[in-house]
Design a protein around this ligand. Structure first.
Ligand code: GCW
Length: 673
């Protein structure tokens, strides 16, 4: 009896030790020291701020810490002033953000000196591509946390608990908006029964400072409103949107606004009625304007007959610059095609000078190995945000063109397509959490380096907490830094380039297998399928060479970029090699800067990508003593799969392209540069 009991205790202890399933994300710190919080204000947001301090304080025991609202001109929006003894802010939410910052610094060992932190963007939004039936478009972490189908619209306690955990995670990294449904929107979301659930979600998100937004279907007035048309200039249609807005704001007074995908991939839009994107956006924007709402109008458009899909958004939207009402923001994907592993920035950034433009990033890894591959996306976003558009002279980076530094904008915003689902660890892959984290951090501060973000995330997510240390044999911080933090960070920071290498190096793009966009499919081109939906349209490989000619002699997409980029991209000798085959069609024996032929260089990159993943496996194997069993083995298994996938990418692409190059695949190639 006694033996069984001891055994049970032992089992229970072992289980709790290993019960690290990643659900706590980067918020694992538990109460470690008492703190005396002084805060005179009262609000649900401040209650959370106080509770977080009590729960996560890792400073001096029994210290006094002051939260104070104070008008300070140096503090913008929900920014804050942090100092060792307290936080000051203009808003309650600013105080909450300050608390999360403080706790993060305590845990990661970053200094807490007096400083003002202001957000780069006013709106930092996650776009959930969640369908009302609970499935998620391009979701790889289970079903929706918001929707479970039309028979489950009643809100349960379980729902609310999950939404609260979600809201807390968002707030801890500064995210202040969530679009709750897919941009391929069901008109039903605007019916009263669904709006009631939206209200319930908004109520849970509100104390954490997260505004609720909805994606709407442009044909809603006719589909659910019973009107004969959804023509945005029709007075009845305008009235319908106004009434709908009124209904929504009555339920949700701080509703953020609408996101619209129109005349794109089969979605209805103003062009169905001979109207422009501006006509469409303005009608909906006018409806939410009295309540302070905004419309985020997507520029993700392309049609079957366009000679170059990369050009279309610019062609369609530039003539409309200045025609949008002031509560419309045009939402532009980072690249001109579609969330590829690497694209140059979309030429719309900085070019639309009279219209606020917001970047749309994809946190969910549709084209980057989904929930299987370990790919840390901060380096990709950093590359994008730091890209110089030259639109207002040197230094007109995408970041500065969108955050209000260069253009006087009524609103600034940034969006990320969420990777969150019902999976226990939220994101499918333990390291995919880092992408959610990175998006929030960059939305708050678009100047942060990937290195710093990785550093924070690894420490917050994996560093043994004091409580764990007492049960494990204590790991000296210096040992942990050298044996875990450093190599794991290096792996993360290299991982995006590795994916580019084994999937589509040197400017290749969109050579994915159709539909699921996971594996390679450069050969896929069945008769009758839209050309621009087939990979050969993008790689253009033939016996003469490979690559999409977007120079002046080709589609002339280069002309959409400001000088000196236009000339730089146009000239094969100055075009950065990372974009070589994006802008140029080149012979197989073209000599790259490495001195190799283009063919050999391609082979080199594919091999390099594969080798990188192999080295990630080794890194992770060595990390074993420092990670709980569960997360260790999940990541190990996924890396194994990623390695097999990288091999498949390499073999499939090279064997396919080889029929055109007719050159041998070199063995053990050295690349001097
Ligand atoms: O990336 C593509 C996806 C579609 C998506 C579309 C979009 C929501 O393959 O699944 O649809 O872009 O961004 O609208």
């Amino acid at each position: 009896m006694k033996v069984t009991f001891t055994l049970l205790i032992f089992l229970f202890a072992a289980l709790t030790l290993n019960a690290e399933n990643g659900h706590d994300l980067w918020l694992r710190a538990k109460h470690t020291a008492p703190v005396n919080v002084v805060c005179s204000g009262k609000s649900p947001t401040l209650e959370i701020a106080k509770q977080e301090l009590h729960q996560g304080w890792q400073g001096k025991a029994n210290a006094t810490f002051v939260l104070k609202k104070k008008h300070d001109k140096l503090i913008k929006g929900d920014g804050y002033r942090l100092s060792p003894g307290g936080i000051e802010a203009n808003t309650d939410l600013g105080l909450l953000y300050g608390v999360y910052d403080l706790l993060r610094r305590q845990q990661t060992g970053e200094p807490i000196t007096e400083q003002v932190e202001n957000p780069s963007y006013e709106r930092r939004i996650l776009d959930h591509w969640d369908n009302l039936d609970g499935t998620i478009e391009r979701g790889y972490a289970g079903r929706s946390i918001f929707w479970h189908g039309k028979d489950s619209l009643a809100v349960t306690e379980k729902d609310k608990k999950l939404w609260q955990e979600y809201a807390r995670a968002d707030a801890s990294i500064g995210i202040n908006g969530a679009v709750l449904d897919n941009v391929n929107a069901s008109p039903l979301v605007l019916t009263t029964e669904y709006l009631k659930r939206v209200r319930a979600i908004a109520e849970v998100l509100r104390p954490y400072g997260i505004k609720t937004y909805l994606s709407v279907n442009f044909a809603s007035p006719s589909v659910i409103g019973g009107l004969k048309t959804s023509d945005p200039l029709d007075p009845q249609v305008k009235e319908w949107w106004k009434n709908k807005a009124k209904e929504i704001y009555k339920l949700i007074p701080d509703f953020g606004g609408f996101l619209v995908k129109a005349n794109s991939e089969g979605q209805p839009g103003p062009q169905n009625f001979g109207r422009t994107h501006a006509d469409g956006a303005n009608t909906i924007a006018d409806a939410v304007k009295p309540y302070g709402g905004i419309v985020m109008w997507r520029a993700f458009v392309y049609s079957a007959n366009d000679e170059d899909r990369a050009k279309q958004a610019y062609d369609e939207f530039m003539p409309l610059d200045g025609k949008f009402h002031d509560n419309v923001i045009v939402q532009v994907k980072n690249g001109p095609v579609d969330f590829q592993p690497r694209e140059p920035f979309s030429p719309l950034f900085g070019a639309m000078k009279k219209t606020p433009v917001m970047p749309e990033l994809q946190v969910t890894q549709e084209y980057l190995g989904q929930a299987v591959h370990l790919v840390f996306l901060a380096p990709m976003w950093e590359e994008f945000l730091k890209s110089d558009t030259y639109q207002e002279g040197k230094g007109s980076t995408v970041a500065r063109c969108t955050d209000g530094s260069i253009f006087q904008q009524t609103h600034t915003a940034i969006a990320g397509v969420a990777n969150v689902g019902l999976d226990t660890n939220w994101c499918g892959h333990p390291f995919a959490q880092a992408n959610w984290y990175a998006f929030g951090r960059l939305a708050w501060n678009n100047q942060l380096s990937s290195d710093q973000i990785a550093d924070e995330w690894v420490k917050l997510t994996f560093k043994p907490t004091p409580a764990e240390d007492r049960t494990h044999s204590t790991v000296l911080p210096i040992v942990w830094n050298i044996n875990f933090l450093k190599p794991v960070k290096r792996m993360m920071l290299e991982s995006r380039e590795a994916a580019v290498n084994y999937m589509m190096p040197l400017g290749l793009h969109h050579i994915f297998a159709p539909e699921n966009h996971y594996g390679p499919g450069p050969w896929w081109a069945p008769k009758g399928v839209r050309k621009d939906w087939t990979p050969p349209y993008y790689h253009q490989a033939d016996t003469l060479g490979i690559g999409f000619d977007r120079t002046e002699n080709g589609s002339n997409a280069v002309s959409q970029y400001h000088e000196p980029l236009r000339s730089l991209f146009n000239d094969v000798n100055t075009c950065p090699e990372i974009y070589l085959l994006w802008f140029h069609h080149l012979p197989w024996n073209y000599q790259t800067q490495s001195g190799l032929t283009l063919w050999d260089d391609l082979c080199y990159h594919y091999q390099e990508g594969l080798d990188q993943v192999r080295s990630f496996q080794k890194t992770w194997d060595k990390a074993k003593p420092y990670v709980d069993k569960e997360r260790f083995s999940v990541v190990q298994k996924k890396l194994r799969k990623q390695c097999i996938n990288a091999q498949v990418w390499k073999d499939a692409c090279l064997l396919y392209f080889q029929q055109f190059s007719r050159m041998p695949i070199p063995y053990n190639i050295e690349r001097p540069v």
